[in-house]
Design a protein around this ligand. Structure first.
Ligand code: ATP
Length: 514
């Protein structure tokens, strides 16, 4: 596909055309950075959520799930630090009147320098051929080292300024780097201001007694405040985890990247409660374990990288992002944070209730440390969907659009196609096959158009199997099964369909790759 912008546009239009993602309230021209999942999208999203839940909760006897409410007591957000510190630095361009996140402008500037490094690497790769050693080249080439140093200097200055709330210096940095508004090219900037990302609302009927609330900006706090309830009622012993999936809301300053950055989105989070002092080893464990989960889906090892944080959030003593190569470059997909005892201590202080664990092994109480894994379900959806959308050149000089979703996640596992729709016996047998398969898999019936066009339609829809029922099927109970990725066709017995499909779509088969 031509370039990344084109690829991203194709992803967005394909998501709409095939019933995956719609703009919210489209009849009213949409609502910015809010999206609806359509008939196929809801299935893909559910399958991703299930894949995560199975790996995190069902497969670990020391991890349990909860489903906390979106509304929480307002003091929660005072304790967690969100009221005072959940801010992004914003800057406006005076000419275009466009608003930006100041840190993102600077990071995008660095991404351009990084692209230059990539270019140097590609050039050298071509020059040296098989003898090329990328790691050595990156660590010794003068030009590359110069670029890297520039990036490090910029990011570390930005990190320090943000940490010290020195917003004037963030603006100075933007001016020194001569960063222009990407849309208008103007360098006429306002001062940088802090902007709190939480959405406020009210609880209660009468104006005077109404209580100010926030829509939760993360699901994690619902886990912290339930820590003791779960520990006691579940008789959980440290180390143990609590997992949850659910909606979170952030009034993002700029949200122009489809479902990558939304104002209403879903998170899948797990807080792992551990003994203080063991956080380094658990951080390493969850870093590796979560990467393995991603790799099990087969989207390509080169599409992932870790980004260890130098600038740490107020609650963390170590943090890393798993970044994925989206059509617009490597960006955060999941965060893994060593949160110390910050949250539990804060809730103890603000609630006046003890949130400690009595450890029978050492006969003492302590506030556990927490290791968190936090992934955006919508970002994961975008990662899977954008990576799967390919246009393939075929041997006969035609192309086909295929959505090569991992079969375990595909919304529809098999489409059943009677070769001729007017043939009642074929239709009847097709429906019988559906009646049988639908207990185990989500299946679809497709009778319109010539069978070749139906194959293409199902390819673009991401359906791993097409099952064609023809005249021969009536005589010998066999059908043709076609595989989406290889386009290979096999004649198989109807009674074998279930096991053939199961082998390819079974969660166990996929998770065993971890
Ligand atoms: P970013 O730096 O991209 O704003 P973040 O560091 O604020 O993300 P976290 O607070 O660590 O994100 O949230 C955990 C995960 O939730 C992220 O890794 C991401 O996958 C997801 N997420 C965060 N904000 C959004 C959003 N606005 N839309 C969709 N997903 C989001």
């Amino acid at each position: 596909m031509a370039n990344n912008d084109d690829q991203f546009k194709k992803v967005i239009s394909h998501a709409k055309e095939y019933g995956y993602v719609f703009q919210s309230s489209e009849v009213y021209d949409g609502l910015s950075a809010v999206y609806d999942y359509a008939q196929n999208g809801v299935e893909l999203k559910k399958n991703i959520r299930d894949y995560w839940w199975k790996a995190m909760v069902q497969m670990n006897e020391n991890i349990v799930g909860i489903d906390a409410a979106i509304f929480m007591h307002p003091t929660t957000w005072k304790a967690s630090g969100h009221v005072d510190a959940f801010n992004d630095p914003l800057i406006d361009n005076k000419d275009s009147k466009k608003r930006y996140r100041a840190d993102v402008l600077i990071e995008d500037y660095c991404a351009k320098i990084e692209a230059k490094i990539e270019k140097e690497v590609k050039k050298a790769e071509k020059r040296f051929g098989d003898a090329f050693n990328k790691d050595e080249f990156i660590s010794t080439n003068g030009r590359v080292l110069g670029y890297q140093e520039k990036i490090n200097t910029i990011l570390s200055r930005m990190g320090k300024s943000l940490e010290n709330e020195d917003l004037a210096d963030v603006k100075a940095l933007i001016e020194e780097l001569e960063i222009a508004d990407p849309l208008s090219g103007s360098k006429n900037w306002t001062d940088v201001k802090q902007f709190n990302l939480m959405f406020g609302t009210k609880l209660g009927a009468s104006a005077d007694s109404a209580m100010d609330l926030y829509l939760r900006p993360e699901t994690a706090q619902g886990i912290f405040v339930n820590f003791l309830n779960v520990q006691k009622t579940g008789r959980m012993k440290i180390p143990f985890g609590i997992a949850q999936t659910g909606k979170a809301f952030r009034n993002e300053i700029v949200a122009r990247q489809f479902i990558f950055r939304m104002r209403e989105f879903e998170q899948m989070e797990m807080q792992f409660f551990i003994k203080p002092g063991t956080q380094t080893e658990w951080f390493k464990y969850w870093k590796e374990h979560r990467l393995k989960w991603h790799l099990s889906l087969g989207l390509g090892e080169d599409n992932y990288r870790f980004h260890d944080h130098e600038k740490l959030a107020h609650y963390a003593d170590a943090a890393t992002d798993i970044e994925f190569k989206f059509p617009f470059g490597f960006k955060e997909l999941e965060g893994i944070h060593s949160r110390t005892d910050f949250d539990l201590k804060q809730h103890e202080e603000h609630s006046g209730k003890k949130l400690q664990y009595f450890d029978h092994e050492v006969n003492e109480s302590y506030t556990p440390y927490v290791l968190e894994t936090s992934i955006g379900l919508d970002r994961m959806f975008l990662a899977v969907f954008s990576n799967s959308l390919v246009e393939e050149e075929l041997e006969n000089n035609t192309t086909r659009t295929v959505l090569k979703l991992p079969a375990v996640l595909a919304p529809v596992k098999a489409a059943i196609l009677p070769l001729v729709r007017k043939d009642e016996a074929l239709v009847k047998l097709s429906k019988e096959i559906i009646e049988d398969l639908k207990w185990d898999f989500s299946v679809a019936y497709d009778e319109k158009d010539a069978v070749g066009r139906r194959y293409r339609r199902q390819d673009a829809n991401g359906t791993p199997f097409c099952i064609t029922v023809d005249g021969e099927s009536l005589e010998d109970n066999t059908v043709t099964i076609r595989h989406r990725d290889t386009m290979e066709q096999q004649r198989v017995k109807i009674e074998d369909l279930k096991s053939i499909i199961k082998k390819e779509v079974d969660v166990k088969e996929w998770l065993m790759r971890m």
